[in-house]
Design a protein around this ligand. Structure first.
Ligand SMILES: [Fe+2]
Length: 161
């Protein structure tokens, strides 16, 4: 049971959790969810897991050479889900008066700019390549394990006071 204020809210919504359909992992997934990626705040964990799913969906579409329309739609979904998630995390940091918010938000902004550039390049007719997806993975995993976990620990500790 998470004791933070957001955690209490997360617990309050837990009854609907079974309605959140995380997709079944596949062996060739780029992003494999495991407990080590939990930051200790339910809402953030759920959003991260959803982002893993979308990145894996984009990768699967690229691998099987889906049509451009499908890949474009998934890429846009990824960009918007990432934007919404960053806004959600930053709102939590603001509410908790987290002293690391500015630097954390700057990291989000840089990734979002890169992701938006991938979308713009795709819209100009350049196909999405696998390097763009491994770039996303190599950004997200250390970010979750370090930057987001730092906030998660801080959030849980400060919400006890
Ligand atoms: Fe973050």
């Amino acid at each position: 049971m998470i004791s933070s204020s957001e955690g209490v809210e997360a617990s309050a919504v837990d009854p609907v959790e079974p309605l959140v359909h995380f997709r079944t992992s596949r062996e060739d997934d780029l992003m494999l969810w495991s407990k080590k990626y939990s930051v200790g705040v339910g809402i953030i964990d759920r959003e991260h897991h959803e982002l893993f799913d979308v990145i894996n969906d984009v990768q699967a579409a690229v691998t099987v050479r889906q049509d451009r329309e499908c890949i474009g739609a998934l890429l846009r979904e990824l960009a918007e889900a990432t934007r919404a998630h960053f806004a959600s995390e930053e709102a939590m940091m603001e509410k908790a008066q987290y002293n690391g918010k500015m630097l954390h938000a700057l990291k989000h902004q840089r990734l979002q700019e890169q992701l938006d550039a991938f979308v713009a390049r795709f819209d100009r007719g350049v196909d999405l390549n696998k390097h763009s997806l491994t770039f996303m993975r190599d950004w997200f995993l250390p970010h979750i394990l370090e930057t987001d976990c730092n906030f998660g620990v801080w959030h849980v500790e400060h919400s006890r006071k």
